[in-house]
Design a protein around this ligand. Sequence first.
Ligand SMILES: Cc1ncc(C[n+]2csc(CCOP(=O)(O)OP(=O)(O)O)c2C)c(N)n1
Ligand SMILES: [Mg+2]
Length: 355
Amino acid sequence: MRRAPQPNAGDEIGNLDFGLDNTGTIGDTVYDDVNGSGSQTGGEAGIGGVTLALYGDTDGNGELSAAELSAGAIDVEVTDASGNYLFEGLPDGDYIVVLDETTLPAGTWNQTGDPTNDPGNCSPNCDASGAATISGGAGNDDLTIDFGYQQQNVTLRSVSGTIWEDDGNHTFLVAELMPIHSVRGFISPTDFNCMGYATPAVTAAKLANPTKQVVGIIGDGAFLMTCMETLTAAWLELGGVYFVFNDGELSQISQAQEIPYNRKTCTVLREAKFSGIAEATGCGFISIENDDACEAAIAKALSLAAQNKPVIVDVKIDYSKRTRFTKGIVKTNLERFTLGNKARFIGRALLRRVL
Ligand SMILES: Cc1ncc(C[n+]2csc(CCOP(=O)(O)OP(=O)(O)O)c2C)c(N)n1
Ligand SMILES: [Mg+2]
């Protein structure tokens, strides 16, 4: 063993190098927010196997721009069995952590905890990303980028026949969240995206397949276009179910308008009483006011339909959480723009929020 030099008073010693670690760490947990409080409390467990990507926030605005996204991820991490993740060895700078929601465990999860707010009750902004800054000296790490997700108690009901979709936000919500178990079990007007399609489609499908369950999921705007077609269903005793997703808006358009214009134009509907339409046409009517009412209402609607009674179900839907489609079109459209148009688009959107 080589002994360290033993200096005497007055000796000079060279060649001693010290490594100074100026890098920082960003983390640290994705947790199962069982009580939905927006923070990890009462021994709530972490969620393992979730993928997170780290991007540079080069303009330092706390949001991932199209340019920052296309520059690519600096690093990718997957949470361990305790739901922990760390990006280490990071030089000073601004960063964005983006959680890939498709890697959450099977089931339906709603984000309840956002790194930007603690407790992150997700009101008004909850998204699967968080901004972090690494700066030299004290506080070189940011271990507050925690995401909470609450599993939704969804009882899956299988429809033995077909689900018919109209065109709107509800289409993408269903595509995102509803498992379809049979080939040709889900039909929607994807080529021409024609609103008003699903109501007569349900009636016609039931006429052609009288022994099958036939169910429609239809936006309130689309239903208002063709709802009197349910008169034919009642007259011919065709037991289809018309689930009307009632949000009072042409939501697919109004949500897309809100981002650049900061307002909705011509997309808020006049209030309509769907119970009146059921009365006029001779259909059954059921209203679903909240999540707790879903189970019994769906069972009742399917049972009435099995007795050849068409049923209109008024589903009070909350679209405040944007679908992946709405988030996606903003990103995709921005990416397509030239740099000049991007600047114009973002500049105008910002201006409309200030003025
Ligand atoms: C005949 C027709 N007109 C206009 C459109 C454009 N459009 C696509 S989705 C949509 C809004 C749909 O509103 P609603 O039926 O209430 O469904 P939501 O988006 O609210 O779920 C509109 C106007 C269309 N696809 N078809
Ligand atoms: Mg609507």
